[in-house]
Design a protein around this ligand. Sequence first.
Ligand SMILES: Cc1cc2nc3c(=O)[nH]c(=O)nc-3n(C[C@H](O)[C@H](O)[C@H](O)COP(=O)(O)OP(=O)(O)OC[C@H]3O[C@@H](n4cnc5c(N)ncnc54)[C@H](O)[C@@H]3O)c2cc1C
Length: 309
Amino acid sequence: MEKVVIIGSGCAGLTAALYTARANLEPLVLTGIMPGGLLTTTSIVENFPGFPEGIDGYELMTRMQKQAERFGAKVKFGTVESVDLSKRPFTLVVDGDPVQTQTLIIASGAGHRHLDLESEALLEKKGVTYCATCDGALPMFRNQPLVVVGGGDSACEEATYLTRFASVVYLIHRRDTLRASKIMAERTLSNPKIKPVWDSVVTEVLDVKQDKVTGVKLKNVKTSKESTLDCAGVFVAIGHVPNTQLFKGVIDMDENGYIIPKQGSATNVPGVFVAGDCSDHVYRQAVTAAGLGCAAAIDAERYLAAMSQ
Ligand SMILES: Cc1cc2nc3c(=O)[nH]c(=O)nc-3n(C[C@H](O)[C@H](O)[C@H](O)COP(=O)(O)OP(=O)(O)OC[C@H]3O[C@@H](n4cnc5c(N)ncnc54)[C@H](O)[C@@H]3O)c2cc1C
């Protein structure tokens, strides 16, 4: 029987692990399929306090894990497949095995939203990507026309970043104005290397037969006119999906699946706490995720202390 189980080993999960470990609760951290979380996919993190020269994302997460382990956190490679939160202790099924715990901290993060096209899935990592910072500098994209799909701040950031490498960046948006903040939209549209393609959606990524991205098929949503655009890469930047499907119907969440804390980090189920990007659609930063992990740990510790009185 565990006192605290933490689902997720990103900034939120490992910070929660550090705090609960220092409170002698010997937390069990389940890493999921992405040990270290999203930050391991980026090379340089320049806005995490304490690293004036920046730090490699993988290195930062390795340090966070070591720091938590130093105080007794148990970090285990495993994915939670189902949960029974109807009675305490809670039961989780982790890679087929049951794990029981008195409290649970959900720090499962958020993944990228997909276009839901078969060709997109087949060409992922063969020109289709969800992260300009991670993949933009790859040789396959250099001096090539690239496509960014989306119209929000992330899409604008991705498009602007890609102009360092691409010959031209087409920004495909289904509306006729960007959703991004005014300053970001203005900066993006004034960049001579970025060409907006308005009122359009991608209907197919080409070319599955060649096993690489050679272009996209587009449809104008106003005129229904179809066209093809040559490109070497498709960067999808249409938002995120929180990894909270496991808790649907049990833990309160908004219509997009973000967990809604009730008070502090506490959820509607007593003994279950939440931290990080799976409950934060606003800030989505490493330092905010870490801060929320700290809060969840303190809340879990106080809950256990109150139970034992
Ligand atoms: C390319 C890129 C660059 C970024 N750069 C920066 C930056 O420079 N500065 C910054 O502040 N932020 C940056 N971010 C954002 C930052 O990475 C996130 O805000 C942060 O990682 C959120 O932490 P988290 O712990 O909430 O979630 P995540 O890091 O997403 O971690 C979620 C964890 O949950 C696990 N998990 C999910 N489902 C299960 C399950 N069923 N069972 C067990 N485990 C599960 C995953 O395996 C993972 O370990 C960047 C993000 C990306 C993608």
